[in-house]
Design a protein around this ligand. Sequence first.
Ligand code: ADP
Length: 269
Amino acid sequence: MTRSALKAVADDLDIPYYKAVGDECELFEHAFRHRLPLLLKGPTGCGKTRFVSHMAARLGRPLYTVSCHDDLTAADLTGRYLLKGGDTVWADGPLTRAVREGAVCYLDEVVEARKDVTVVLHPLTDDRRLLPLDRTGELLEAPDDFMLVVSYNPGYQNVLKTLKPSTRQRFLAIEFDFPAPEDEAAIVARESGLPEERVAPLVRLAGALRALKGQDLEEGVSTRLLVYCATLIRSGVKPERAIRTALIEPLTDDADVRQALLRVADIAL
Ligand code: ADP
């Protein structure tokens, strides 16, 4: 093998596995090239985070991922003065670091964050692409290879926690859903090492459980949970036990709903 072919193989190995389910990879590349921010919408565990790590590696950019929560403030993203020894030193937050380095910054579940976060995001997401750091007096201009990606899960139906139109209309948006059954079986087989023919019934069961969403369940089984289930089976756990632990118990605490889900599993398998 030539040196450049070897390098191509090595580069490929460094790229996290992601199976495209549509044109999302091309859209991401267009957005990156044109310096446009991107919003990924979709249920938890359907591949959004993996997609962003795959694309950042493919584009050769470092990635800063922040899982947003309801205590996360703008200063957690931009940075703050810290006491070190007797001195106060400025420490960049992940967003500031991403802007300085020309990296991809991924804010997972951005609607969870405090309201002051949107104030920082607005000047970064219009054509000025600026990050003002009030505390240090700096005004950073994002380089061409900086990209902001945010995600949220519209399924939680929390009216208080949704993105304001003035914020969401600053992003291109791609909707994610669970992959089609053949794609999902291939993904779960690859991630868990369980042969595809043994994964296929689990994917069918996930489809049956997802059909119950909205009745007694807030969320359907994620691809992530399917990977967990297949991993347990591959490691020698009996399928019934793996299904209960990975596909049923995480979905509900209600004894009646659990019984109903177990019946669905009995019928589906
Ligand atoms: P999200 O960010 O949407 O909550 P993740 O990206 O963490 O979900 O996905 C959960 C897991 O599901 C991943 O770790 C990966 O194993 C698997 N997965 C889901 N979709 C894909 C895909 N299209 N290609 C590869 N792996 C996937």
